[in-house]
Ligand binder design. Sequence first.
Ligand code: ADP
Ligand code: MG
Length: 329
Amino acid sequence: MKLWKTRSLAGAAAAVSFFLVSGCAAVSSEPMTYTDTLFDSVISLQIYDSRDQDILEGCRELCQKYDVMFSRTNEESEISRINNAQGNPVEVSPDTATLVKKGLYYGKLSGGAFDITIGSVSRLWDFKSEDPAPPDPAAIAAALTHVDYKKVVVEGNTVTLQDPAAALDLGAVAKGYIADRLKDYLEGEGVRHALINLGGNVLAVGDKPDGSSFNIGIQKPFDESGIPLTSVRIDDKSIVTSGTYQRFFERDGSLYHHILDPASGYPCNNGLASVSIITDSSLTADALSTTCFVLGPEKGMSLVNQLENVEAVFVDTDSQITYSNNFQK
Ligand code: ADP
Ligand code: MG
């Protein structure tokens, strides 16, 4: 008998219930759509006010470029070049340097709850295995000694890991950054109505052509019915969800998921099932959704309530919802 259960990434992302509700029947045509499996996620892009296939092709090229650039597992990626450099300085693209700097900023903001040097630990956790199991505790303890965002130096476009055994993992911020770049590109091409969904990272370009908002569902934890627990209306904003049910396995009655506590090297077990952040920038929303998840229900919500123009929906393991102070229901 199998005592564990795992979820393929594609399946997990597809199961996240994002639904679109048309505010009125006047939407004239179906959107032009690009779907793909990149960034370990199912992604989709819907453009409502253009029929220009070259724009979709431009989006595809951007996604593929960033998929290679930021991957922790692709040996050709800029992240792998940094991780394999034995502590030597590595010249990278402005995109990578910017993203690493942003990651370090959230490390500082969260006092290390968010840490892009989690790579030495996250590579021990295999959520895709046929027979997944938690790593050897001694290996986790050894890997944890190399988690410290303060030992990463970015000067111009040069990144140095002062601890040669450290490893960057930009999984918590990359999709947000990429969504923002896709939006810049689409706006540059004159698109005013589009929805970018990079598996849990949703970013709206404007509103729908009929002037209504995009309605984005938040999944009930582990529910695959497609019926959302609640939903959030967004115009020109991003909503990003980090949840236990996106990448996980169960073993011997315990749930192991992909959001790791840098204090222990194990998945955060703080009563939260998901954190959704709503704000203008998808990078900010992505970084904060992971950060607040690790900080936990109290400290995470307190951080959101201190930030301007950032709202949140926290869902606990009993599917109870908590909203940030200024959330407009
Ligand atoms: P997803 O990648 O499913 O969209 P998140 O944005 O929440 O979800 O990012 C989770 C990913 O971030 C993990 O898969 C791992 O790569 C990385 N990560 C895990 N724990 C941390 C942490 N404490 N700080 C920074 N990054 C983390
Ligand atoms: Mg994130």
